[in-house]
Design a protein around this ligand. Structure first.
Ligand SMILES: C[S@@+](CC[C@H](N)C(=O)[O-])C[C@H]1O[C@@H](n2cnc3c(N)ncnc32)[C@H](O)[C@@H]1O
Length: 241
């Protein structure tokens, strides 16, 4: 896009925004979205991609750090695949309260994924699903994941695909109880931004999958017909060699 501004090496979502929704910060937004979050987030976005990964071997994971754990969807998915213990961190108390009720996590902590209070080198899996678009920069996330990871650990990140954010002009958003569509602060990270940040932190790429708007997607989102076959999410698996 001609004239798209590059901020600190990254694209600025406002250059792509076709919705113009009022934008709020992460804890404000998720604190209000929490009532309907699990009814609106689609498993095809993230859990279907996790299902397609060949690494890590989930049932051999003893301890996982679930960064941006939200209401516990990712944690519950991990436990169902045999992960022994999952510790979660999230910035939004209301999301953590729902996760607490779900009971999938061994420990739940209110905090920022870039500066968690979790133990250094304690995890053989660090996972973050659908949170990276809320981070202005990726490197602090990948650095913190590296600190938490034991030697040989994996880091799995599932992202709202940058192509889809740009092509749709749609930020992460929800509809509040008054019917207003509200955006939650959204940043665009190209896949090359992930590669640069993760390699810089020390990670090696082990696997990558992209999800497109396919027949399954169109069953749950018929109005996305114009995005048929566009990439909508991505899963990156990193290894601490
Ligand atoms: C779309 S939800 C994803 C939740 C969960 N991983 C899932 O897949 O359902 C994004 C979550 O990331 C959290 N989040 C965003 N930025 C964060 C940050 N810097 N530190 C901690 N949590 C953050 C939000 O509070 C929210 O619960």
């Amino acid at each position: 896009m001609a004239g798209a501004r590059i901020l600190a090496g990254m694209l600025d979502f406002t250059d792509f925004d076709t919705r113009g929704y009022r934008t709020v910060n992460v804890p404000t937004g998720y604190g209000r979205w929490v009532r309907t979050y699990e009814d609106t987030v689609e498993d095809t976005m993230d859990l279907a991609l996790l299902d397609r990964l060949t690494v890590p071997a989930w049932d051999s994971v003893r301890r996982a750090a679930d960064l941006g754990c939200g209401t516990g969807r990712t944690g519950a998915w991990l436990r169902a695949r045999g992960v022994a213990a999952v510790d979660g961190v999230d910035l939004t108390p209301e999301m953590l309260a729902v996760a607490r009720g779900k009971g999938a996590h061994r420990r739940l902590v209110h905090g920022d994924v870039r500066t968690t209070p979790l133990d250094t080198g304690a995890y053989d899996l660090v996972i973050a699903s659908l949170i990276d678009e809320h981070l202005p920069e990726l490197r602090p996330f990948y650095d913190e994941a590296w600190r938490l990871a034991a030697p040989g650990a994996h880091c799995v990140l599932v992202a709202f695909h940058p192509h889809f954010i740009m092509a749709s002009g749609m930020p992460t958003h929800f509809t509040d109880e008054d019917g207003e569509d509200i955006a939650i602060s959204t940043h665009i990270h190209l896949l090359s931004d992930h590669v640069s940040a993760a390699l810089g932190a020390g990670w090696q790429l082990a696997e990558m999958r992209e999800g497109v708007v396919d027949a399954d997607w169109l069953t749950v989102k018929p109005k996305w017909e114009r995005f048929r076959n566009h990439p909508v999410s991505a899963a990156l698996v990193w290894r601490k060699a």
